[in-house]
Design a protein. Sequence first.
Length: 254
Amino acid sequence: MKSKSYELQKKINYEFQDVKLLKEALTHSSYSNEYKKIKNRNNERLEFLGDSILGLIISNYLFRLKKELPEGELTKIRAAIVCERSLKEVAKSIQLGEYLYLGKGEESTGGRTRDSILADATEALIAAIYLDGGFRKATDFVLEHMGDIISQAIQGKIMRDYKTQLQELIQKDNKENITYKLVDQLGPDHDKTFKMNVFLGEKLIGTGIGKSKKEAEQEAAKDAMEAENWLWKRKLYRYLFDKKTEKKMMFFVI
């Protein structure tokens, strides 16, 4: 692993003082569960920290760069940057999947190229750099490897996939299914308008209208994403709590 560790550090243009942090960032839970005697720590804690660090880095950068933009616009740009799609692109650009520690089962089912695993490992890597070298080094890494993504988001060239973002937000810590249901369609065949509801389990969390079913689904997911008022959060948190989920949904009560 020493040579591979050195190779990855060269790729990311950062040399770790504590290489154990790098190994932790690259260790998937399937590996630590499979090799318990070795007492490897998996990257889930680092992923948790990395998510917040990345959000802060992007927020700080946008705040200083785009002084003319209001809070709402800055939030939209950040959301287009800080998502699984962007993180997976960073991982692929540095071939991060090649360096991951995976259990045999995860390895055999294509874990090295799975988007969610790559995105989580990227967040963990950001956190590892932050802990090892500080906020400035973590910022350098993010801006170097996400520069194009940031630029495209600022220019409005990244289409927001609200369905994917809603899925990432809710199902990261919750096992309830997100489903879409067509509830109405109006107008003649050549000019129909569709109305779609999105549900978390049995709970309605958003409604959208569009000229196609896909557009209506995107609008419904957008409605759910943008319903960031305290009432929606409280209702959703109570629903998840009542379902006795194993993990607390802390992001819903921030």
